[in-house]
Unconditional design. Structure first.
Ligand SMILES: NC(=O)c1ccc[n+]([C@@H]2O[C@H](COP(=O)([O-])OP(=O)(O)OC[C@H]3O[C@@H](n4cnc5c(N)ncnc54)[C@H](OP(=O)(O)O)[C@@H]3O)[C@@H](O)[C@H]2O)c1
Length: 272
């Protein structure tokens, strides 16, 4: 039996990324973990090595840095590690009025969520296509399906991940490399703390654990599915976001997010 290639997971220091790493190790892959907090990834690496015996390489990197993807790719190629799996999971949100945000911080978020994700996909998928096999899993969000006021730039980065990943999947047909996009709804992680956000109370019903989301994502990726939305309520939301008039869904999302985060009380009427 051929030994399994490495699985690279970004954002593997907390939340969904930690459970994605555990899932992929259980599936038999040695790992490359990437995020900024090296101490946390080191602890996870030790746990995984103890439980599975697989090799785990920790790369503490800031993925908002302009050359981050090239540096991560160079670290893998220098060590001659063949990748079977790339999971672009690192990402975060910023909650508030866009006009009040510090643009340098917005730019850093766009780099992590969209630019580094694209560059790392290009560099790693090239290698995979040359070897004729591989899996890419890109983590978007349920926010990708609709304009979301007060998390406007974050949601737009996730809409980018949707368009980019699903189109690239088509380009890679016949290469042996598949691209799957994961669209989590609200998931119990450090996400809200980082974004400074609160979620609408009504959405509490749909919350899943990071372990559930990771398991669903990895299963869909190995089945080479185009897309997966974890959880029944999130699937229903995704359906309505796609079929209702865009002005309505924006108005509803804006209203819910404004109330949850005590943003402006005066909301504009729904656009037609
Ligand atoms: N939780 C939710 O409700 C939810 C819903 C939809 C989509 N998502 C998506 O799921 C993915 C994982 O988020 P999560 O919920 O697991 O949140 P989380 O617990 O906050 O984890 C985010 C991960 O991204 C990494 N990261 C952030 N900025 C980085 C940077 N500049 N350089 C390198 N790594 C960076 C963090 O590592 P360091 O801080 O150590 O760098 C951390 O490992 C994200 O793409 C998020 O947008 C989450």
């Amino acid at each position: 039996m051929t030994a399994k290639g490495y699985a690279l997971i970004t954002g593997a220091s907390s939340g969904i990324g930690v459970d994605l790493a555990r899932e992929l190790a259980r599936a038999g892959h040695p790992l490359v973990l990437v995020a900024r907090r090296g101490d946390r990834m080191q602890a996870l690496a030790e746990e995984i090595q103890r439980d599975t015996g697989h090799d785990v390489l920790v790369l503490a990197r800031d993925l908002s840095a302009p050359n981050a993807a090239a540096e991560v790719h160079a670290a893998i190629t220098e060590r001659q590690l063949a990748l079977d799996v790339l999971v672009n999971n690192a990402g975060y949100g910023m909650q508030g009025r866009f006009l009040d945000m510090d643009f340098a911080a917005v730019e850093a978020m766009i780099r992590v969520n969209a630019i580094t994700l694209s560059h790392l996909t290009q560099l790693c998928a090239r290698d995979m296509a040359a070897r004729g096999r591989g899996y890419v899993l890109n983590v978007a969000s349920a926010a990708a399906f609709l304009p979301s006021p007060y998390v406007s730039a974050y949601a737009a980065t996730k809409s980018y991940v949707l368009g980019f990943s699903e189109a690239l999947r088509f380009e890679l047909q016949g290469s042996g490399v598949s691209v799957t996009t994961l669209y989590p709804g609200i998931t119990r992680t450090e996400f809200n703390q980082v974004a400074g956000a609160r979620t609408p109370a009504i959405m509490d019903l749909s919350i899943l654990s990071a372990a559930q989301v990771a398991q669903i994502g990895v299963r869909a990726m190995f089945r080479r599915r185009r897309a997966v939305v974890p959880g029944v309520i999130n699937k229903v939301n995704a359906f309505f976001s796609g079929v209702l008039p865009r002005g309505w869904v924006t108005w509803m999302a804006g209203g819910l997010l404004a109330r949850a985060n005590a943003a402006p009380k005066e909301l504009p009427p729904p656009a037609r």
